[in-house]
Design a protein around this ligand. Structure first.
Ligand code: PEP
Length: 256
């Protein structure tokens, strides 16, 4: 089994100004000793705060973007290209977050093209997949994550890094979560899909995160599962204290 470094990633969504990003970074800087070197950490601020984040975040905390356009440049008012993110020092780019799929009508095929654009620019896509409540109730969870994973990987470059985040839509921002065993089962299924469409070795090395109402008190129950390599966190990543508490819990420390 390939060694997969745990990854804790915050998704700030449409929250925090530049000044608020600076305040978060200053608080985080006082706690960097709590960020164990055995794991990777990242935060995805809004586009407007990316360049500042790259300068003020502790070096152990990578910067991620929340979206990207699939084209290299052109007449796409309001959009951002992968090379623009790369220039700012961005490491990760979220692709196909359920809010993008739901409110901005991002298709599976578009997600696949975005994955390719991010990899071509030398960054790591974080492909988000997950079923909504109706799909879960209809017993379609496995089919949905399979379809989204296959489409997301369809144009992925051979051997280039990718992270997958399993985020059941009904668990995002609701305080509801699947049981750790249920999340593990879906993530094991996603890994089997990666194995089928890529290779055994690639599937063994790809990090698959759980996301949906993760907080300091429950992160460990998910990341203790053999196939769950970390967490993608919205609400609980907005406060430096809870970000650090999740980092401590994920890497085996006691949460105060
Ligand atoms: C998310 O938006 O990716 C997310 C998981 O949100 P929350 O942690 O708030 O449920």
């Amino acid at each position: 089994m390939a060694l997969r470094r745990p990854l804790l990633m915050g998704n700030w969504k449409m929250n925090k100004t530049v000044a608020e990003t600076r305040a978060f970074a200053e608080a985080l800087a006082r706690e960097t000793s709590a960020l164990d070197a055995s794991a990777d950490y990242a935060v995805c601020p809004p586009f407007t705060a990316l360049s500042l984040a790259k300068v003020v975040f502790p070096t152990r905390v990578a910067v991620g973007a929340q979206n990207v356009h699939e084209a290299a440049s052109g007449a796409f008012t309001g959009e951002i290209a992968a090379a623009m993110l790369k220039e700012l020092g961005v490491t990760y780019v979220l692709i196909g977050h359920s809010e993008r799929r739901q409110y901005f009508h991002e298709t599976d095929a578009a997600c696949g093209r975005k994955v390719a654009a991010v990899q071509a620019a030398g960054m790591i896509p974080v492909l988000c997949v997950g079923e909504n409540e109706a799909e879960r109730d209809a017993g379609e969870t496995e089919a949905v994550v399979e379809r989204q994973t296959e489409a997301g990987l369809a144009e992925a470059a051979e051997g280039s890094a990718i992270v997958i985040a399993y985020e059941p839509v009904w668990a995002i921002g609701t305080g509801k979560t699947p049981t750790p065993a249920d999340a593990e089962a879906v993530i094991a299924h996603i890994r089997a899909v990666v194995e089928r469409v890529k290779s055994v070795d690639f599937a063994a090395s790809v990090r698959i995160l759980y996301g949906g109402s993760v907080k300091p008190e429950n992160i460990r129950s998910f990341t203790d599962q053999p196939n769950i390599d970390g967490a993608l966190v919205g609400g609980a990543s907005l406060q430096p204290e809870s970000f650090v508490a999740m980092a401590v819990a994920m890497t085996g420390g006691e949460v105060e």
